[in-house]
Write a protein that binds this ligand. Structure first.
Ligand code: FPP
Length: 275
């Protein structure tokens, strides 16, 4: 049961936004491209890494809110395969912040029944980071609430290539020489096997790009882009994104439910008049 008192203070902006949300039609999986940390820092004449540090407060609030809304999954894009091109100091700081976050936040993840799972080429990260990630994943493995996926050393194309290689291993091991690969079989070999695809993709800081994030999984996702920079992104902005999501019609390439019947009726009426 969602506890609304934990989601908004009486009389707050959050409360008025929450009233506009249909709690029975929440997205089950929200994916987020957290962008704009650098610009946030620059606008304050701070070093870029201060933007990342400030971004952690947003991570904390959004993950906690997702758990309180009883969403199924939240996936945050924290470090892409392309991000290694950034200055060494920035990369090292990001990794340090990640380790610090995991150490500080583990108790809260446990309290909120959140299961933490990193996705991406985790084996390419520094061993000390891998250790912290493994520890948090193991500690939270039995939690049954929100699944919190964090994409690290992640690339959508890299995931597709890794999936093909995993499929080849399965085919070899199971001697499935005549196998025909379908979408379900492919999906079962993604990093996100057994996880429903995102219904809503949020991107902060205004860019209209998907930046190599969950390329397979966002096939039918609604996209919400906000100009708000990630370090400023709070519960209120998450609620706005959900309201926007609920205003969309999701047709998955079909037609609106009523429209299908109208079309059939029209066809049969035309058929009758031809008789
Ligand atoms: C994009 O901003 C953000 C990132 C590359 C990293 C996101 C990382 C965090 C929010 C902090 C670490 C996360 C955790 C979970 C501990 P940008 O630097 O590309 O911003 P810009 O486009 O304005 O330069």
């Amino acid at each position: 049961m969602i506890d609304l008192r934990k989601l908004a203070e009486p009389g707050s902006i959050e409360e008025s936004l929450l009233e506009k949300i249909d709690l029975n039609r929440l997205p089950r999986h929200i994916a987020v491209i957290m962008d704009g940390n650098g610009r946030w820092a620059k606008s304050r004449r701070l070093p870029r890494v201060e933007g990342h540090r400030a971004g952690i407060a947003s991570v904390r609030e959004i993950v906690e809110t997702a758990a309180r809304l009883e969403l199924g999954v939240i996936t945050l894009y924290a470090f892409s395969v392309e991000n290694w091109k950034r200055p060494r100091f920035e990369v090292a700081t990001l990794m340090m912040l990640l380790k610090e976050y995991l150490r500080k936040e583990l108790a809260t993840l446990m309290e909120n029944n959140i299961r933490f799972v990193p996705i991406g080429r985790i084996e390419g990260l520094d061993p000390s980071v891998q250790r912290e990630l493994r520890y948090a994943e193991e500690q939270t493995a039995k939690n049954t609430g929100l699944l919190f996926q964090i994409a690290l050393n992640y690339g959508g194309r890299a995931e597709i290539v890794d999936t093909v290689n995993r499929i080849m291993t399965t085919l070899r091991e199971k001697e499935m020489t005549d196998a025909v690969i379908d979408e379900a079989f492919f999906g079962d070999h993604l990093y996100t096997a057994n996880v429903d695809d995102p219904d809503l993709l949020i991107r902060t800081s205004g860019e209209l790009r998907v930046s190599n994030f969950l390329l397979w999984q966002i096939a039918y996702a609604e996209i919400h882009v906000t100009k708000v920079l990630w370090p400023d992104f709070r519960k209120q902005h998450l609620f706005e994104a959900i309201i926007d999501f609920q205003s969309r019609e999701r047709r998955y390439g079909g037609v609106e439910p009523g429209e299908q019947e109208m079309f059939v009726e029209q066809q049969s009426a035309e058929g009758d008049s031809e008789k």
